[in-house]
Design a binder for this molecule. Structure first.
Ligand SMILES: [Zn+2]
Length: 259
C-alpha cells in the first residue's frame, strides 16, 4: 500500500490515506479510509460506512462517527449515490439537506466544518479543493460517472456557483479499480468512442487516466491532480472491492474545510 504522493496516517487508531497535494492546506481535513479500524463483522469488516449493503445500522453508525472524528467535523453530508450526474450545492446560507432526499453523485460547498463524504468500493472518490475561494467538492465517479464527465461538471459548477478558477483547484483520487482489473468486455456499448483509446487489446481500461484527462480538460493544472494508483480489487486486505467480493462494505473519501 505505497504511493509517493499519498501518505498513510493512523488517526485514533484508524488508518487513513492522505494526499500530499491536499495535506499541505492547514485549513483543510481530508482523507480516504480503508476497510480497517471499524466495528463491522465480515463481510463488512470492518470500517463499513454504507447503509444499504446489508450491514447492521448500529455498526454503520459507529463507523460513520469514527469518520466524523477523523474529519474533525460534527456535521457530515452523505449522498444517496446513484451513478448519475447531479451535483448538490450547499451554500453557506442554505440548510444542509436530508441526504435521503437528495440523489446526487457530487457535492460542493463553501461551508466550514461540514464534511463531504463519498462512499466507494471500486468506484473513484475524488476530493477537490479551491484554496483561493475556499470551496470544497467531493465526487463519486464509477465508469458511468466518467461517461457523464461528472468530474468536469463538478469543476464547472464550482466556477459557476463560487467563481472558482479551475487552475486553482487541487484534486485527489483515492483507491479505486485500477487498469489491472477494470475489464470492460462490453465497452463498445457501455463507453463512448472517445474513451476507447484508454483501453488495451484485452479490454482493460485505465479510468485513472480518464479522470486525470477529464480534470485537465476542465482546466486543472496537471501537477495539481493526484491519483493514488492503489487498486481496490488487487488489495482486498486493505480495501473493499465490489468486483472482488460483491457483498462488501463501503469506504469513505472525505473533505472538510475547518473553521
Ligand atoms: Zn487491480
Amino acid at each position: 500500500m505505497k504511493n509517493s504522493s499519498f501518505i498513510r496516517k493512523d488517526i485514533f487508531g484508524v488508518p487513513v490515506l492522505k494526499s500530499e497535494i491536499l495535506e499541505s492546506f492547514k485549513d483543510l481535513s481530508h482523507g480516504f479510509s480503508t476497510r480497517r479500524g471499524g466495528e463491522s463483522p465480515a463481510p463488512y469488516d470492518s470500517l463499513n460506512i454504507g447503509i444499504a449493503v446489508g450491514d447492521l445500522e448500529e455498526n454503520v453508525k459507529k463507523n460513520r462517527n469514527l469518520i466524523s472524528g477523523i474529519s474533525c467535523s460534527e456535521r457530515s453530508v452523505y449522498l444517496t449515490q446513484v451513478h448519475g450526474s447531479e451535483i448538490l450545492v450547499i451554500k453557506n446560507d442554505s440548510s444542509i439537506p436530508d441526504p435521503d432526499t437528495v440523489k446526487a453523485d457530487g457535492v460542493i460547498t463553501d461551508c466550514k466544518d461540514l464534511a463531504l463524504v463519498i462512499q466507494t468500493a471500486d468506484c473513484q472518490a475524488a476530493l477537490l479543493y479551491d484554496p483561493v475561494k475556499k470551496v470544497a467538492g467531493a465526487v463519486h465517479s464509477g465508469w458511468r460517472g466518467n461517461v457523464f464527465d461528472i468530474l468536469g461538471r463538478t469543476v464547472r459548477k464550482m466556477a459557476e456557483v463560487f467563481d472558482s478558477d479551475p487552475s486553482d483547484i487541487r484534486a485527489s483520487i483515492g483507491p479505486s479499480l485500477g487498469p489491472c482489473c477494470a475489464e470492460f468486455i462490453n465497452f463498445r456499448t457501455e463507453l463512448p468512442e472517445a474513451l476507447w483509446a484508454y483501453g488495451d487489446e484485452k479490454c482493460f481500461f485505465d479510468f485513472w487516466e480518464i479522470s486525470r484527462a477529464q480534470l485537465q480538460k476542465a482546466g486543472l493544472q496537471a501537477d495539481r491532480i493526484s491519483v493514488s494508483g492503489l487498486c481496490t480489487k488487487c488489495d482486498k486486505d486493505s480495501f473493499f472491492s465490489y468486483r472482488g467480493s460483491k457483498i462488501t462494505g463501503r469506504m469513505a473519501g472525505f473533505i472538510c474545510i475547518n473553521n
